[in-house]
Design a protein around this ligand. Sequence first.
Ligand code: ZN
Length: 657
Amino acid sequence: MKSLWNDSEASRYRGDLGLRVYTSRLLGREKALVLHGGGNTSVKIKEKNILGEEETILYVKGSGWDLEAIEEKGFSPVRMARLLKLAQLKTLSDPQMVNELRAHMLRADAPTPSVEAILHAILPYRYVDHTHADAVVTIANTPGGADRIREIYGDSVVVIPYVMPGFDLARLCAEEFPKQAGKNTTGMVLMNHGIFAFGETARESYERMIALVTRAEEYLKQRKAWDIPASAVPATTGPSRREVAELRRGISEAAGFPVILAVHDDAQSLAFANRPDIGAISQQGPATPDHAIRTKRVPMIGRDVTAYAEAYRQYFDEHAPKAREPKTMLDNAPRVILDSALGVCTAGRSAQDAAMVFDIYAHTLEIVQQAELLGGWRALPARDIFDVEYWDLEQAKLRSGGRPPVFTGEVALVTGAASGIGKACVESLLARGAAVAGLDINPAIETLFKRADYLGLKCDVTDEAQLGDALERTARAFGGVDMLILNAGVFPPGCRIESLTTPEWDRVLRLNLDANLTLMREAHALLKLAPNGGRVVVIGSKNVPAPGPGAAAYSASKAALTQLMRVAALEWGADGIRLNALHPDAVFDTGIWTDEVLKARAAHYGLTVEQYKKKNVLKVEVTSRDVAELAAEMCGPLFAKTTGAQVPVDGGNERVI
Ligand code: ZN
């Protein structure tokens, strides 16, 4: 592992706290050191308070901040004098400790200090860096791990046996550190947890961390426990999207709400899931308490969610100090699923959540395999893991999020999503918490949004193979399809029937009608498995109830599509799938309506552009967003008991009313 310190980069950061920000970010850049909010850092600074008194303040990472993106305001300023006195107490409960930390900050609006704040305070160095370095926890989680750590580091580190993070750990370190520390001490290893490094400058502390972790990495390399031998994975065509959706449905039922399921069938994930010893090595527990909080104690092997939920329930009853009702999905549903055909699947309340679990588990599976090469993977006893998993402080954090958006954990697919109404539908669905797959023939679709809950797929919806592939990729990314917005379509130039050629008629019907039949047919199995019931919204047209001359193919295609929706509403009601259509008119903020076309059309009616846009009963302009919001609402609880309906969104049209 290399130091990423760079003098010119460092010169952009001012003062002790500025450099604390800089080297914290350097730690955060290295995923083998910290992942997703893991790790914490601090600096002790003498400063004058508002009364002119000098006091020493511990600036320690605040909870909710990632080291990689931390800023000065992400550090909570806590009075050292108080922290050192607290460290002398015999006991201090978690809520008391959090209260003390918060009550002795210098800034009332600072984030809650890290639960490891007291531990940072008792270490007699200005800068303190703490990570859950992969190489160190790999070695610590083997039989004789403590001996190996001493062999590697000699007297340069203090070694602390495992104690759950919090006050007891800080107190043990306060006792042990002075006993073990000497002139060569540059760090401290917490068994089955992680490593500290410290120094008088930001650079010294950071580079000691890098040096200490490098020694652990070198040790693994010398013992041939670094490179995981590639193993042949049995050739498989992979399970179908339907099997993925069935698995997600089972997990959602166990959790009590819809979850996103992400399939990772890369070579490394598949090789791990197919190891002959997978049952033994994957069932011991995570590498560090930091991972336990977010990945659960053990992954599910195979797809029997009921058996897993029962086993987990037993584990819970065995270890819970008193009868407690499970309150979050941490309790009953698996978060990591190892399957010989699916590889590593991860489940989460949102796509971001599922991605975070995968990031952590991708490190875990390397750590476990390296530890096996070194002499055997041996994680903490289940009892210790349980205490962390059901830690009051972490449970409180999980519950403090408030009411999640309405489509949290659900998956939507929108066609014709690169612009206009389709793009607005993607935005409305994302805003309601859904993970969304956007399909469009325009390749710009792939980069329309850069976020974990969006998947942009270039797709010609008139091509059955491409549509099937898009459904497959959506199911692998998010676990299924719960909502379908049928929006892709074409509005051809005006043409009277006597001039309408068969190829032109075919072209319009293929896209506006046939493609939707294919997509509905292929998506039916997924919609049927939607945890909250499947929903389909057809973007129709005012031309269905009120056709216009010169638009035969368009009007006929949209009318037929509406009729298709009505038949499906009859056929699929028993599957819990509801379908509705909305009929927009005069939506001008789309690609086809350039300023020139608008001006020409307005002139044709002897109106200004403004008058032309509001040429309806209510004299309002109808935007893509208006249509999209209605489409999203049609998928939500307001329309829970409505199927087969057609709703105009046109500002009122005399011919429709
Ligand atoms: Zn830690």
